[in-house]
Write a protein that binds this ligand. Structure first.
Ligand SMILES: *[C@@H]1O[C@H](CO)[C@@H](O)[C@H](O)[C@H]1NC(C)=O
Ligand SMILES: *[C@@H]1O[C@H](CO)[C@@H](O)[C@H](O)[C@H]1NC(C)=O
Ligand SMILES: *[C@@H]1O[C@H](CO)[C@@H](O)[C@H](O)[C@H]1NC(C)=O
Ligand SMILES: *[C@@H]1O[C@H](CO)[C@@H](O)[C@H](O)[C@H]1NC(C)=O
Ligand SMILES: *[C@@H]1O[C@H](CO)[C@@H](O)[C@H](O)[C@H]1NC(C)=O
Length: 495
């Protein structure tokens, strides 16, 4: 026989049965409420209790809503008849059999679904009769987690605030500002696979002035608050831009600082690393050139060159001497052959010695070089000496020199206001069109000797011409050897 028909018959004749029967069922309470996913325990009391509740009692629990019937639980002969149970409830329903002997049928339904809500019926059958009672279950789904979203409306000082949450039943949403004024909202909802309502509520705010906006899902009072403008992502934009600019500025500043540091200090450290002595006794550096600050260097060199020429002109070194340079054979190379005046100009990065006894005319030659450089080649010297390749010529009278080479250069050539010792060192070290001319050099001043040796070893490009009496600078001569040596013979020269 069809089970539904049995049920219908039972329901149809029940009032009849109970009105006469001695057996009674009570449902207290008859209203239950529980959260989605939770448990509920529905109770029915019955009286009298059969001698053996398990065998003498049948328990049926139905869900009956909107003319639909589902079998929640069937206990016949002390056992749950699974084949009669609706699949929706299988594995989620349990009858407390121990309480039956106390006249209490307790049905526990777990993992509640939204569609578990509705009317339930507990129907019991004994030898003495049959009775049933109804009760209702409401499965609730509070709007718990309210998610907030802020969206900037393009090109306008306007924001779209959104609150969203899922729950059951459908909930209205109320918006208020910081002054508790209600704000009209646009609230919509869609249903989810769990039979929940996903409710979305939005308001437009036209002012970004400081204020709070709260959305409340009125079913359960769950709410969320927007703090404007603090909660606006990436706001204010101007501050962000400012921060970016500041960071970029800071990075640039660091780069400039590092570059400046390298420019001032770097050439020295680079050179000591790359220092090598070549076959000619000069120093060779790896062809690494610091290009950094080159333009500054160029400006500085330009200024220096002009200052030096002005200085030398003021001192009016005599060009007369050149005119009397009529004994070129006095100047000899290290093989004893006559040398030209032009051979006094060292090659780039070369260091040259000119040795001659006191009074042999070393200083006179130095003056010819200076004068020729400062004024350009004169008539008489045009064919003999061309220093136009030189951009800088630094003349140091070593007879009075003491202390640091660069300080000495600056003080002797009155460059104190033009250049610092470090700048001068940097410029000289790199320039292959610069000539350092030391006149009357004699080893003995520790500081001067050391700073000279340091410079010679560090320089890349600068030409060096040292004029000294024989035997006055043995240590330096040793590093250079004899090949880069010119000699000046003693001669009575009339100027
Ligand atoms: C379950 O109920 C059906 C229908 O009444 C019946 O045929 C079946 O034997 C019952 N099963 C058990 C295990 O009692
Ligand atoms: C916004 O709320 C905060 C605390 O939540 C409060 O301190 C502040 O005064 C409120 N601002 C306005 C404009 O209501
Ligand atoms: C309300 O919001 C929905 C979804 O965001 C949108 O489609 C609709 O146009 C809005 N209605 C009004 C009046 O703003
Ligand atoms: C009840 O809802 C669940 C999903 O939560 C669904 O799988 C099931 O089919 C529904 N049952 C009925 C009878 O609508
Ligand atoms: C907002 O929700 C909290 C709990 O989440 C509650 O304590 C508070 O009263 C609610 N505020 C309003 C205005 O409903």
């Amino acid at each position: 026989m069809d089970w539904a028909l049995v049920f219908v018959l039972q329901v149809t004749f029940l009032p009849f049965i109970t009105s006469q029967g001695l057996f009674k069922v009570e449902a207290k309470p008859n209203k239950y409420s529980s959260e989605l996913g939770g448990d509920v325990e529905m109770k029915c009391r019955f009286d009298p209790v059969p001698m053996n509740p398990l065998t003498g009692l049948k328990v049926y629990w139905y869900w009956t809503t909107n003319n639909l019937v589902r079998k929640v639980y069937v206990m016949e002969y002390g056992k749950n008849n699974l084949s009669l149970q609706d699949v929706d409830f299988q594995g989620r329903v349990k009858l407390n059999t121990e309480e039956l002997q106390n006249g209490l049928a307790m049905l526990q339904v777990s993992r509640l679904k939204m569609n578990d809500s509705g009317t339930y019926q507990c129907l019991m059958e004994t030898e003495l009769g049959t009775d049933y009672k109804k009760m209702t279950l409401t499965v609730t789904a509070p709007y718990k987690a309210v998610t907030r979203h802020i969206q900037e409306v393009a090109d306008r000082d306007e924001l779209l605030l959104t609150c969203q949450s899922e729950g059951y039943p459908e909930s209205p949403v109320v918006w208020q500002d910081g002054q508790l004024q209600n704000i009209n909202s646009n609230t919509t909802s869609v249903s989810t696979p769990d039979q929940l309502f996903k409710v979305t509520s939005q308001i437009h705010i036209k002012s970004l002035e400081k204020n709070n906006y709260t959305c409340t899902f009125t079913n359960d009072g769950h709410n969320a608050t927007f703090h404007i403008p603090d909660d606006i992502p990436n706001h204010p934009v101007k501050n962000d831009t400012l921060i970016v600019i500041l960071i970029i500025g800071l990075i640039l500043l660091i780069i400039v600082a590092v570059l400046t540091y390298q420019q001032r200090k770097g050439s020295g450290t680079h050179n000591t690393r790359n220092r090598l002595v070549n076959g000619r006794g000069g120093f060779v550096s790896a062809p690494v050139c610091l290009q950094i600050g080159k333009e500054n260097d160029d400006d500085l060199r330009e200024n220096l060159g002009a200052s030096l020429k002005a200085h030398y002109t003021d001192y009016s070194f005599s060009t007369e001497m050149g005119r009397h340079w009529d004994h070129p054979q006095r100047l000899q190379n290290n093989e004893g052959q006559p040398a030209t005046l032009q051979s006094l100009l060292p090659e780039a990065e070369e260091m040259l010695f000119l040795e001659g006894p006191p009074g042999s005319g070393k200083t006179a030659l130095a003056h010819i070089l200076i004068s020729s450089w400062a004024k350009g080649p004169t008539d008489t010297l045009t064919n003999l000496l061309d220093l136009s390749i030189l951009h800088l010529l630094l003349y140091v009278d070593c007879s009075t020199a003491k202390g640091d080479l660069f300080q000495e250069i600056i003080s002797q050539l009155s460059l104190g206001e033009k250049v610092s010792t470090e700048e001068l060192r940097t410029v000289l070290t790199r320039s292959n069109d610069a000539l350092l001319l030391l006149d009357g050099y004699r080893e003995g001043d520790q500081l001067f000797d050391d700073s000279l040796k340091m410079f010679i070893s560090e320089r890349r490009g600068c030409r060096v011409l040292i004029m000294a009496c024989p035997g006055h600078c043995p240590i330096l001569r040793e590093t250079v050897g004899t090949r880069e040596l010119l000699k000046l013979q003693t001669q009575t020269v009339k100027y």
